[in-house]
Ligand binder design. Structure first.
Ligand code: ATP
Ligand code: MG
Length: 477
């Protein structure tokens, strides 16, 4: 069995067609031969009977001795000529002695007791194909009795060379096998075509996959060939599109991350240079530089934490969720964040019931989500502003909302706030508070990871409300 799909398909077709056509030929060929033989013999038998009737008178005269032997021979010859020059007619008397023949060699013979004559003697019809002792060629023989009233007065034996019959049979066989050959070649061609239809797109896909593996992500497979192969090509295209998007995202991410780390490092280096090389000698200013350096380091640490967390989410590291009541967690968080609001003289209120329906989430990730939202509210709301943390059950969900009366988010900024490294208000200079723009993108990914949704309601100048919803955990029996 060949190893390739194409080879197997062709081999199978060829085997099937050879078996079926071969079987048919094996059955038809002998039938064809028999029918041609029978036709020829039948014709010869009819001729023999005809001759027996036509020649009766001449034979009668001859056997009664009323005629010259040459008369009968002449009659026979003219009769034979009317038919076919190859025909040999021999006449025998009732005792099977040869009276005359169209063939001089036969005329010289005495008697003939071959099967066809013995059969005619018994009133049967029989033909015989044999090597003729006179001419040395293969001939077909048949004989018929010559009847006068009730009495058999002699026999007419007809013979004819077998070669034309064999020729006819071989011609018929040749036609048959020629047709079989055409069928086999036709099938072979059709199966080659069909095999190509299936294997060509597969080979194309293989080549594309190899190119993809070598790094060319832009390749797409054409939708050709049978339906199943087309579906495969479609799946391939979806896969490579996804891969391309993923790779692009990864590249952007790395580029942004590098950029994000580079600028603070440059400014840190500058300040350190000034201090180390004694260019800035004022101890007051030096101290200020060192404090700024500390802040910068703190920010870098935060950014690298966020990057690590994002990449772990990207890798699909799922920390197992727990079924919990979010209330204690939210109280804990508001206690933790309170000093931050206090420092900025924000009015911070917490509207969380003592107990909430349980949700199935990862507590640590929820902490990061809420901490980031509160951090943004604190960061972007002017001192003395109003900030509220709420939680409640709403339908089959628990909603956590963080509301502020800060500047709100402009229409052009809004679609991008969940993008990685996106920071609104680019004009704002880097301050101790400006972040890397990773906060909300991390929030979004964590919310989705915990089967939740996030939504913003905001209007410029009127503040923003971020709402996170988690489905209530329903214990299944
Ligand atoms: N409560 C808010 N009020 C006004 N604007 C907001 C608020 N929260 C987010 N934004 C806008 O959305 C942008 C993206 O927020 P995000 O938390 O992702 O980044 P960031 O706070 O600038 O940096 P990071 O969170 O990494 O320290 C912010 O730069 C800001 O413009
Ligand atoms: Mg933020």
């Amino acid at each position: 069995m060949p190893r390739s799909l194409k080879g197997r398909l062709i081999a199978t077709y060829l085997f099937l067609i050879l078996v079926s056509v071969g079987g048919m030929a094996g059955w038809i060929a002998p039938q064809l031969r028999r029918s041609i033989e029978e036709k020829t013999e039948h014709e010869l038998e009819i001729e023999a009977h005809l001759a027996a009737i036509v020649l009766r008178e001449a034979i009668e005269k001859e056997s009664e001795g009323k005629a010259q032997p040459a008369d009968l021979t002449q009659t026979l010859e003219s009769y034979a000529k009317a038919f076919n020059s190859q025909l040999r007619i021999t006449v025998l008397n009732a005792d099977l002695a040869i009276l005359s023949s169209t063939d001089a060699q036969v005329r010289a013979g005495h008697e003939d007791r071959h099967p066809e004559i013995l059969a005619a003697l018994q009133g049967r019809e029989k033909h015989d194909i044999r090597l003729d002792e006179y001419s040395g060629q293969e001939r077909i023989f048949t004989a018929a009795p010559v009847v006068e009233g009730e009495k058999v007065i002699g026999f007419v034996q007809l013979s004819y060379p077998a070669a034309p019959m064999w020729l006819e049979i071989s011609r018929a066989w040749l036609t048959l096998f020629g047709m079989i050959g055409i069928v086999i070649f036709g099938t072979l061609g059709a199966s080659l075509w069909l095999a190509r239809q299936i294997t060509a797109p597969l080979e194309e896909l293989t080549a594309l996959t190899q190119q993809l593996a070598a790094g060319d992500l832009s390749r797409r497979a054409p939708l050709r060939g049978p339906q199943e192969v087309q579906r495969l090509a479609q799946a391939f295209n979806e896969m490579s599109e996804r891969l391309e998007r993923l790779m692009q995202r990864q590249r952007d991410f790395v580029a942004n991350a590098a950029h994000e780390l580079r600028s603070p490092l440059t400014s840190m280096r500058l300040r350190l240079d000034l201090i180390l090389n004694q260019i800035q000698e004022d101890p007051q200013v030096q101290r200020q530089y060192l404090e700024q350096l500390l802040e910068e380091i703190e920010r870098l640490r935060k950014t690298s934490d966020q990057l690590l967390m994002l990449s772990s989410v990207d890798e699909g590291n799922r920390i197992p969720p727990e079924v919990i009541d979010l209330s204690p967690l939210l109280y804990e968080l508001s206690d933790e964040m309170a000093p931050l609001f206090h420092a900025r003289r924000h009015q911070f209120t917490v509207e969380v019931p003592p107990h909430l329906p349980t949700v199935r989430v990862n507590p640590e990730q929820v902490r990061i989500i809420v901490r980031n939202l509160l951090d943004n509210a604190a960061k972007y709301t002017q001192p003395g502003g109003f900030i509220e943390l709420r939680a409640e059950a709403e339908g089959r969900q628990v909603v956590i909302s963080v509301r502020d009366n800060g500047p709100g988010i402009s229409e052009e900024t809004l679609p991008h706030i969940f993008d990685r490294f996106y920071r609104g208000d680019k004009s704002r200079s880097r301050t101790a508070e400006s972040g890397s723009g990773l906060g909300l993108s991390l929030v979004k990914e964590l919310v989705v990871l915990n089967q939740g949704t996030i939504e913003v309601q905001t209007a410029p100048g009127k503040g923003s409300t971020f709402m996170v919803r988690f489905p209530i955990w329903e214990k299944r029996a």
